[in-house]
Design a protein around this ligand. Sequence first.
Ligand SMILES: Nc1ncnc2c1ncn2[C@@H]1O[C@H](COP(=O)(O)OP(=O)(O)O)[C@@H](O)[C@H]1O
Ligand SMILES: [Mg+2]
Length: 241
Amino acid sequence: MSDEYVIELQSISKVYSTETLETHALQNINLKVVKGEFISIAGPSGCGKSTLLSLLGLLDTATSGTYLLANHDASNLGRDERARLRNQEIGFIFQSFNLISDLTVYENIELPLTYRSDLSTVKIQETVTEALDIVDMMSRADHFPSQLSGGQQQRVAVARAISGNPSLVLADEPCGNLDSKNAESVMQLLESLHKRGTTICMVTHDLKSAQRAERYVELFDGQIVSDNPIRIDKSQSAPAA
Ligand SMILES: Nc1ncnc2c1ncn2[C@@H]1O[C@H](COP(=O)(O)OP(=O)(O)O)[C@@H](O)[C@H]1O
Ligand SMILES: [Mg+2]
């Protein structure tokens, strides 16, 4: 049954063409992600990770193949329809946080919600407040991004990503600009979202972060070369019976 999948990619390829060069960034990608899964996508620089994430996030379109997102055929949508679907179904977390510098923390989270015709003003207020609470940033609601540490900015970006209750959260190197302590707090946040049922695809070249997911997809030269569940022996940290 296809309806349990949030993502279904069928034979997806992406070619970037310039006058002098054709880059086959992705070749024949087949990938299914079940609702609630937390997957990491890894591989060396230039292997196509960001390209894959921008296709998944409807920021770009494939050269060929089919993409089903939460049972919508997203392969041949017009620009407006893609933007609507993206706004409703997808939350993004980027390496560089991408907060809007002249909006407060509260306004950064509120802004994408104001484009949603299905949300009332009261519902938007509730949603922003709840998201701030989840990432423990309520006390900073009136601050501007420049007044926050990198780790705090990323927590706001996480709040923005989850605030519309999207089907899918996409994270491109979410800890890439963070020191180890802040990286750990963002990873813990992603794990807690996963426990709440959010579907997460995280790109990282850091093996340790990748292993925090439950499934590990490895790209090389635009192709999936491995796709395996992660089995970490959690019994080691449990008290002896
Ligand atoms: N907009 C673009 N135009 C042309 N080539 C691109 C573009 N974006 C990425 N590429 C090329 O596609 C390949 C994959 O890039 P990318 O998805 O950014 O890899 P990664 O995120 O794994 O480092 C690289 O060879 C890169 O140079
Ligand atoms: Mg990249």
